[in-house]
Design a protein around this ligand. Structure first.
Ligand SMILES: NC(=O)c1ccc[n+]([C@@H]2O[C@H](COP(=O)([O-])OP(=O)(O)OC[C@H]3O[C@@H](n4cnc5c(N)ncnc54)[C@H](O)[C@@H]3O)[C@@H](O)[C@H]2O)c1
Length: 338
């Protein structure tokens, strides 16, 4: 794209490394900053690992992988980003930390630089209010793994300039992604729909013994989702899920209540796939007849939350469906039928 050539990425962890990989493979020059140079170099190494894995699977050419190797320079700190055209911040999901980091970015980058945060759910408005140039700040919510997921939710804060939103969408497209604009609300689009549906399914399963794997299988057989709510929770990580769900319950109330299903597992250190134990266990009972109810509740709740998003004007029905297809892997969006 015309005026965006060099991208600074702040935070080279899970998401920062994925985004650095995508940006370098797309032809951008990438400067990767982390808390120190060694961590930034670690982020660059992770981005190279992603490229190597994609080459091995035939998903990336050697030329593209060479671009990743050559295109990412680790830097010691944010002051090295003085000349970048855009910054994507991917430090941990903590508003106080993000405010500190964005103040450093404000002090370092050119006045015309685009500044994006990859927050999963913090308020872009609150972050903008705490920084010097809220007009150029925007939420660009990449999905994990960003190397393969095409969706980017584009979230304007109250003070984000319309030109910033347009530029952010252009940047997302130049990174090979499909931007979906959504108004700011807790959970944005995909997490709000999925976590609502998961919480309701967990609640429906809480009163009686349920074969969770069987309920998951009915969800996959009976509708557009590629995975049922229990396997999805284990994949996302129950600690991550519980933190998002609790935030959404505080924001929207009881419809995000999961009847205390996940919190005890987190307290016991059972976080899903990453610890080897979670919602789906070998100790589930044989199917009890409740499984079809759980599957039906999952889709009904997803559809209800998607309708609420459309009614609130957070995004258009078409964009909500597109977001669910690209961000959650659904064959069709929840609103397509209605
Ligand atoms: N992991 C996911 O699945 C996912 C998906 C979408 C969005 N997000 C969001 O992306 C952001 C990053 O998440 P993550 O999972 O990549 O976290 P992570 O913990 O894997 O990585 C964060 C990185 O930030 C670095 N960092 C910490 N403090 C810093 C500072 N002051 N200056 C520079 N770098 C600093 C850390 O060293 C680390 O490398 C969060 O806002 C998260 O909500 C995560």
């Amino acid at each position: 794209m015309d005026d965006l050539h060099t991208i600074g990425i702040v935070g080279g962890g899970t998401m920062g490394a994925e985004i650095a990989h995508v940006a370098a493979a797309s032809g951008f020059t990438v400067l990767l900053a982390d808390a120190d140079l060694a961590r930034a170099a670690g982020g660059r190494d992770r981005a190279l690992d992603i490229a190597m894995r994609r080459v091995a699977r035939g998903r990336m050419t050697d030329d593209e992988a060479a671009r990743v190797a050559d295109g990412i320079t680790p830097v010691a700190d944010i002051t090295a980003l003085a000349d970048v055209d855009a910054v994507i911040e991917a430090v941990p999901e903590d508003l106080a930390l993000k405010i500190t980091v964005h103040r450093q970015i404000d002090g370092a980058v050119r006045a015309d630089a685009l500044v994006a945060t990859n927050t999963s759910g913090l308020s872009v408005t609150a972050l903008g209010d705490a920084t010097a140039h809220p007009g150029r700040l925007i939420g660009l919510h990449f999905f994990n793994p960003a190397s393969t997921m095409r969706l980017v939710e584009v979230i304007a804060g109250a003070a984000t300039a319309p030109a910033t939103t347009d530029r952010a969408c252009m940047l997302a497209r130049a990174l090979g992604k499909d931007p979906v604009r959504a108004a700011e609300c807790p959970g944005f689009v995909v997490n709000r729909v999925l976590v609502r549906a998961m919480a309701e399914a967990y609640r429906a399963a809480s009163g009686a013994p349920v074969d969770r794997a069987a309920a998951d299988a009915l969800v996959v057989q009976g509708g557009p989702a590629p995975m049922g709510p229990f396997a999805l929770g284990d994949l996302v990580g129950l600690d991550v899920l519980e933190s998002i769900r609790a935030d959404l319950e505080r924001a929207y109330g009881d419809r995000f209540d999961d009847a205390g299903t996940v919190a005890p597992l987190v307290a016991a250190g059972n976080l899903g796939r990453k610890t080897g134990a979670g919602l789906v266990t070998d100790g589930d009972p044989a199917p009890t007849g409740t499984e079809p109810v759980v599957a039906a509740v999952y889709y009904a709740a997803a559809m209800d939350e998607a309708r609420r998003l459309a009614d609130e004007g957070v995004a258009s029905a078409a964009d909500i469906d597109l977001a669910m297809r690209l961000g959650a892997g659904w064959d069709t969006g929840p609103l397509a039928a209605g």
